[in-house]
Ligand binder design. Structure first.
Ligand SMILES: Cc1cc2nc3c(=O)[nH]c(=O)nc-3n(C[C@H](O)[C@H](O)[C@H](O)COP(=O)(O)OP(=O)(O)OC[C@H]3O[C@@H](n4cnc5c(N)ncnc54)[C@H](O)[C@@H]3O)c2cc1C
Length: 519
């Protein structure tokens, strides 16, 4: 996993079969598909893996109850099937979570039970369990802090829950396990062309500033909300293919939802759904859907979005969360396939994916969901084979166990998300027992995790460790800032860097983390 070994491989490999731009769900999924079909595969990410939208989801592996109510049955069918595959391929990261839809009118219980029974039936053999109406007494027993006035009961249904950036890291490791290369901090800055056809990329190492010119038979644009800017590097007149919509989440303590059940509020003021989901030792509330003009790697929540989430959640919980209860606030940008009808609001745009090939041969994947990343990757590589008139290969990813695969994981164990790597971290601790020491007892992060992240998960910075290898920044921004100096020191020891580097890292992390604090 040493960066210098990976860099020397890109210097010596003459021509790659497939170069993928973007290390989020779409790019990582496409790279796994490509490498497992026998193609020499290189993935380039400008920042860290899953730095973009793919670390900022609601953490659900789901068919999308909302899309069913919009009548988008094919999308729900596809997502429920993919939910089932993902749970089988990464059982250490995807858990079966029970949700309650609270009912304050008698009619809504049969209404949602029928709708959710259709949802269950669409999942067919990959069902996570049957939906059932629940009495008022049972509803309160499951979620003691639910608002009780006028409560009639609820409907219970099942969906998947996961840790998005941890899945991304395991996907990156799967690419390497299969002899592909995935590099973070390598920004694609332009294309190389021969006879007007793309035959490679120009990219810049964000750590050293060194430029590389890499040849590839096919280049794939999987850059999420940055798709348009990459398309314009190929053709300055390219039309926008992506519309951007922001979604915000707030993280609060478990005392507001002291339960293993999630809460799904089926109709918010703006006609969406809102989730309250137990995640690690906290609860995530979200999300919103607001059109944005500008794409950014660190989008920021607006006061309106924050107030909307607090107000909506407060109407369904006995103790209303307030701004001072928020431990972390994070925003993500949805890359939505630009609609034909410009007047369509972002919440009406389909979450399905589209694939498009430019005149110069750049294949772009647009839209989709975390849940459907595997199908997106399969469709991209099928498109590539068709466009190149190359022999058809067959996908094997439906049953591909991802790095870290482990059955019968105890999700109450704070280290569950390492899966089969847990034992290797224990061996690391045996070799140096001082690594067992907590850095944050509250967030259950020890020193060994930092060393592990650097040596085996391609973490390069304090932010990589605290935002995406562990989820400290997303769970409690203030606590993550408190522990940043210890993480900086451990990384500096690994790199053999001096105290200036440590200080610079702490400052860089704090400037990002400030945005996750709610003042
Ligand atoms: C608020 C919200 C909640 C969501 N909740 C869920 C959910 O619960 N379940 C679900 O299934 N889906 C959910 N989604 C959808 C899901 O998160 C996205 O569909 C998915 O993460 C998009 O992945 P991506 O790879 O296309 O984009 P990204 O994750 O943004 O990845 C694109 C990557 O490209 C990189 N890049 C850009 N330009 C360059 C360049 N020049 N060179 C190299 N790299 C470059 C970026 O740095 C970025 O890392 C949610 C989305 C949002 C916004």
């Amino acid at each position: 996993m040493k960066r210098k070994n990976l860099l020397s491989k890109i210097e010596t490999q003459e021509i790659w079969d497939v170069i993928i731009i973007g290390g989020g769900a779409s790019g990582l999924g496409t790279a796994i598909e490509s490498v497992t079909r026998g193609y020499k595969t290189l993935l380039l990410e400008q920042h860290d893996f899953t730095k973009g939208t793919s670390s900022r989801s609601t953490k659900l592996v789901h068919g999308g109850v909302r899309y069913l109510s919009q009548g988008n049955v094919p999308l729900v069918f596809e997502a429920l099937r993919e939910r089932g595959f993902l749970q089988k391929n990464a059982p250490h990261l995807v858990s079966n979570l029970s949700f309650l839809i609270p009912s304050y009118s008698w009619w809504s219980i049969p209404f949602y039970t029928i709708g959710l029974t259709i949802y269950d039936l669409l999942a067919w053999r990959l069902s996570f369990g049957r939906s059932k109406p629940q009495s008022r007494t049972k509803t309160i027993a499951h979620i003691p802090t639910i608002k009780k006035t006028h409560l009639k009961g609820s409907v219970l249904y099942h969906d998947g829950q996961f840790d998005d950036s941890r899945l991304g890291i395991n996907m990156m490791q799967t690419i390497l396990d299969k002899d592909g290369i995935a590099l973070n901090y390598m920004k694609v800055t332009g294309f190389q062309k021969l006879n007007s056809k793309i035959n490679g990329v120009q990219c810049k190492d964000q750590e050293t500033g060194k430029e590389y010119y890499i040849q590839g038979k096919t280049v794939i644009n999987a850059t999420g909300v940055f798709v348009n800017s990459i398309l314009q590097k190929d053709n300055p007149n390219a039309k926008d293919a992506v519309t951007v919509s922001q979604g915000v989440h707030l993280v609060i303590d478990r005392e507001f939802l002291p339960s293993s059940y999630g809460l799904m509020i089926p109709k918010t003021r703006d006609g969406r759904v809102l989730f309250a989901v137990p995640w690690h030792n906290k609860v995530i509330l979200g999300t919103t859907d607001v059109e944005k003009e500008v794409s950014s790697l660190e989008p920021e929540a607006t006061n309106d979005e924050i107030d909307f989430i607090l107000e909506t959640a407060g109407r369904f919980l006995s103790k209303k969360p307030t701004r001072k209860d928020v431990k972390s606030v994070f925003a993500g940008l949805r890359p939505l396939a630009a609609p034909q009808n410009e007047n369509e609001s972002t919440k009406e745009i389909s979450r399905g994916h589209k694939i498009h090939t430019s005149e110069a041969g750049l294949i772009t994947v647009i839209g989709g969901k975390w849940t459907t990343y595997r199908q997106m990757g399969e469709d991209v590589i099928d498109t590539m084979e068709k466009e190149n008139n190359s022999p058809r290969t067959h996908s094997s990813t439906e049953y591909l166990k991802l790095h870290g695969y482990k059955e019968n994981v105890d999700f109450n164990n704070p280290f569950y998300y390492y899966g089969s790597d847990t034992e290797k971290i224990e061996i690391l601790i045996e070799s140096d027992p001082s690594l067992k020491k907590w850095i944050s007892e509250e967030l259950k992060i020890n020193k060994a995790q930092v060393v592990w992240a650097f040596r085996h998960e391609m973490a390069r910075t304090v932010e990589d460790v605290l935002a995406r290898r562990t989820r400290a920044l997303f769970l409690n921004a203030k606590e993550s800032m408190r522990i940043a100096p210890v993480v900086a020191k451990l990384l500096a020891q690994e790199y053999n860097y001096d105290s200036d580097w440590e200080q610079q890292q702490i400052e860089q992390f704090n400037s990002v983390a400030e945005k996750y604090l709610l003042k």
